[in-house]
Design a protein around this ligand. Structure first.
Ligand code: BJW
Length: 264
């Protein structure tokens, strides 16, 4: 079940949080589920999405222009400060019902995989045990020159701090435009996308590759494609089900509809 052609079903948030019966049925019979999340799933926790309008000090910069090795080379202090502020924000927020629903799904679905483009660690804080972090994690840093990650660093001197091994500048351990994704996480996510019966694309613009390509891989391999997003994206036309509204509202309802005994 779950693989093959079907008519697209669109559910708007205005209709209430209704989960289509056909989707519930498919999920009840499916064993292999793959989920890709993006910034939208953390929006209800108070983490601004990547392309949300920048405010205050950052209003002058496009996020796409800060998340590059070129920006760091040109102005390491600016880029360091942008991430330091985002890191501090993330420490103050908590996972939301969308993150908790996915952590519950991991326990309930026989073969469940979760890959995220987010660097905020909120899935793990909600209890998800296996998360492929495709774009790294804000809470770690690595050396711009020799790469090794560090979980502790000293911010008392000039910023960015220096690598204790080689003296190079430390940078956040995230994946910037033009950089490669962690190979083993990407390979695993590609393999899971190829063999899943249902693929969820949740809270992502579906525009940044190679992560965005996972949904296409799944669809081409015959999976049912489910998108949850407050807005339509370039993926929506291909989705079998589009749940148009906040992930933090749709996901807990969906999990309860499929697994009535779920504890979220
Ligand atoms: C809600 C909601 C709610 C709001 N509920 N929904 C193939 C084709 C074209 C280009 C390329 C290609 N392959 C590679 C490229 C180049 C490039 C790329 O994709 N460019 C595109 C912009 C065109 N990719 C790369 O460079 C990647 N590297 C690579 O491919 O290496 C090999 C290579 C190099 C050079 C050339 C060719 C190959 C690396 C990509 C790394 C991306 N890194 C970032 C920064 C991470 C650190 C940080 O956070 O600062 O990752 S960029 C940024 O985008 C961040 C995000 O993870 C990522 C995706 O953003 P996301 O999640 O979609 O967020 P938003 O804000 O855009 O959207 C939020 C969504 O949520 C919206 O849709 C809302 O509607 C929705 N939403 N509230 C549900 N409550």
């Amino acid at each position: 079940m779950g693989r093959g052609k079907r008519k697209r079903q669109i559910v708007g948030h205005g209709d209430g949080v209704n989960i289509p019966a056909a989707l519930v049925e498919i999920l009840r019979w499916s064993e292999r589920i793959m989920v890709l999340t993006g910034a939208g799933i953390s929006a209800e926790s108070g983490v601004p999405t990547f392309r949300d309008a920048q405010t205050g000090l950052w209003a002058r910069f496009k996020p796409e222009e800060l998340a590059t090795p070129e920006a760091f080379r040109l102005n390491p202090r600016l880029v360091w400060d942008w991430y330091a502020e985002r890191r501090a924000k993330v420490r103050l927020v908590a996972p939301n019902p969308g993150h908790y629903a996915l952590a519950a799904m991991e326990k309930l679905a026989p073969d469940f995989h979760l890959a995220t483009q987010n660097v905020d660690g909120l899935h793990q804080r909600a209890g998800s045990r296996r998360v492929w972090e495709l774009h790294g994690n804000l809470t770690r840093v690595k050396c711009f020159e020799d790469d090794g990650p560090f979980e502790n660093w000293n911010e008392t001197g000039p910023l960015p701090p220096r690598c204790p091994r080689c003296g190079g500048a430390l940078r956040p351990d995230v994946v910037w435009f033009g950089e490669s994704l962690p190979e083993s996480a990407l390979r695993a996510a590609e393999a899971a996308s190829q063999k899943c019966e249902v693929f969820f694309s949740i809270g992502t613009s579906a525009m940044v590759y190679p992560a965005a390509g996972l949904a296409h891989t799944a669809k081409e391999s015959g999976a049912t494609l489910v998108e949850i997003n407050t807005q339509e994206t370039p993926l929506t036309r291909q989705a079998d089900f589009f749940l148009g509204g906040p992930a933090g509202q749709f996901l807990p309802e969906l999990v309860r509809a499929v697994w009535p005994k779920a504890q979220i």
